[in-house]
Design a protein around this ligand. Structure first.
Ligand code: 5GP
Ligand code: ZN
Length: 234
């Protein structure tokens, strides 16, 4: 437990139930975060990296690792996107429209009215594009992580979760303390960390509309709940 709590998943992923370990292979284990900070929050754990080594160092000494980690994270990102679609697709205007048009074309009834009304482009055999849920998923690492085993966060960007309990939680995912996996490789991790060392004292700023809540975390929480409803409906 404690700072080494992620080690058990790497050592024996088969010992965990499928609602905790999503999948694993020789090189990675994908798990659900035990204290999710968003509606869907997963972690990608590399298995062949020494414990207590930082992303910046691994990437420097093992460039092939970065490519492998980015490819694996892209896979997990698609899984998270699919899960968002399963959870919220019915509430989403664009997801639901696509589904209705798909349903109407396969039903034996008269689909024409629905199609005409909802999707003029259907005449050319096109479907509404639906919602790109992958755009709602963030992939990255904390530049100064609390857990010892290297882990990559893959999470939806809503920040709507009961486990989001204080300012640090929020800012750690919504300032550049959260280093997008795509910014690697970078030359000097230490410079990066120093540059962003004030992340926890910065104002709370809504990820969706940019409203500034200063230090008022409870006010931000209420606002995030409202934004969550709007976000699902996009
Ligand atoms: P970081 O070290 O990047 O700040 O984040 C560590 C993450 O691991 C946190 O999001 C935390 O909720 C999660 N976490 C801490 N302990 C456990 C655990 O035992 N199991 C799982 N699945 N997640 C954990
Ligand atoms: Zn907002």
């Amino acid at each position: 437990a404690g700072r080494d709590g992620l080690g058990a998943y790497i050592a024996d992923p088969a010992a965990f139930p499928p609602n905790r370990v999503i999948y694993y292979n020789d090189d990675f284990v994908a798990i659900r975060d035990m204290f999710p900070k968003s509606a869907v929050h997963c972690l990608l754990l590399p298995r062949k990296v020494p414990v207590d080594v930082e992303m910046f160092e691994v990437v420097r000494s093992d460039p092939a690792f970065l490519a492998a980690a980015q490819a694996e994270a892209a896979k997990l990102k698609q899984l998270v996107a699919k899960e968002l679609e399963r959870k919220f697709g019915r509430e989403s205007r664009s997801s639901a429209l696509r589904q209705r048009v798909l349903d109407s074309s396969s039903s034996s009834g008269d689909p024409e009215a629905v199609e005409k009304e909802e999707w003029e482009g259907k005449k050319d055999g096109k479907l509404p594009p639906g919602r790109d849920w992958a755009r709602e998923v963030k992939v990255g690492i904390h530049s100064n992580p609390s857990m010892n085993h290297l882990h990559i966060h893959v999470l939806s960007r809503d920040m709507a979760s009961d486990s989001l309990k204080h300012k640090k939680h929020y800012n750690s995912f919504n300032t550049d303390f959260f280093a997008d996996l795509d910014i690697f490789p970078m030359d000097d991790g230490e410079v990066y960390e120093r540059k962003h060392s004030d992340w926890s004292s910065r104002d709370l700023v809504c990820w969706r509309c940019g409203k500034n809540f200063s230090n008022k975390f409870q006010k931000l929480k209420e606002h995030l709940a409202e934004e969550f409803e709007e976000w699902k409906r996009e």
